[in-house]
Ligand binder design. Structure first.
Ligand SMILES: Cc1cc2nc3c(=O)[nH]c(=O)nc-3n(C[C@H](O)[C@H](O)[C@H](O)COP(=O)(O)O)c2cc1C
Length: 209
């Protein structure tokens, strides 16, 4: 079954961002995809130490909790990133996770030996779910940092950037469960990622992680 990987940037496994991700992955699972959620802040790994082993080899020399995710990301048929804004960008642990994908960068742009066959990019769609505490009215650039990093990540791992659900003013909204329309939107977006990945078989998929 096609695989949709959900990367959670929030340290709260049951927070508002996690709730958005849960709804999106439920949508993808309902199209027949297998969905897997990765609670990135709970992984144990170092940031990229610039050993630069990956300039000439298709793997990372740092062996830790990141190791299985190179293969997982390569085989995924869609990626959902769900992240709060922290200090105007993605939280540090998620940034560290993304930085470690220099392995894919050097394979693709350094050696012209991409780790994801180029024809798969059309099918592999990304979805960005993000939440800010501040309001877009007062801070119009609040999602710019998250967007810049996630767009670069999707390019490096050969995922076609897709829809975005950017929820601002969480300091005012507080509890996302009080906004069912937003949860419904996340579900519908997740469904579309699933449909693109697996052709919308309509079977019920499995959820793990
Ligand atoms: C360390 C930290 C830094 C934050 N920095 C920002 C920020 O720069 N801009 C903003 O709009 N919200 C910021 N926030 C607010 C979060 O984006 C907001 O509380 C969000 O709802 C958290 O989602 P979660 O509860 O699912 O983790 C920050 C929160 C934390 C904990």
């Amino acid at each position: 079954m096609p695989l949709i990987l959900g990367l959670l940037g929030s340290p709260l496994p049951r927070g508002n961002t996690a709730l958005l991700l849960e709804r999106a992955l439920a949508g993808a699972a309902d199209t027949g995809c297998t969905v897997e959620r990765v609670n990135v802040p709970l992984l144990t790994f170092e940031p990229c130490m610039e050993i630069l082993h990956c300039m000439n080899a298709p793997e990372c020399a740092q062996i830790d909790d990141m190791t299985p995710y190179y293969e997982r990301v390569a085989e995924a048929d869609g990626i959902v990133i769900a992240t709060p804004v922290m200090t105007m960008g993605v939280p540090g642990k998620l940034k560290g996770f993304i930085d470690r994908f220099q392995v894919f960068y050097w394979a693709k742009y350094g050696r012209n030996e991409p780790l994801v066959p180029i024809e798969r990019k059309k099918q592999r769609h990304g979805l960005l779910l993000s939440i800010s505490g501040l309001s877009l009215d007062r801070t119009p650039n609040v999602f710019d940092g998250v967007r810049a990093t996630t767009t670069a990540f999707f390019d490096i791992i050969d995922v076609t950037p897709g829809e975005e659900l950017l929820v601002d003013d969480m300091d005012g909204k507080r509890d996302l469960a009080r906004f069912p329309a937003l949860l419904e939107e996340a579900y519908a977006m997740g469904r579309r990622v699933g449909e693109r990945a697996c052709g919308g078989s309509g079977e019920t998929g499995t959820v793990s992680g």
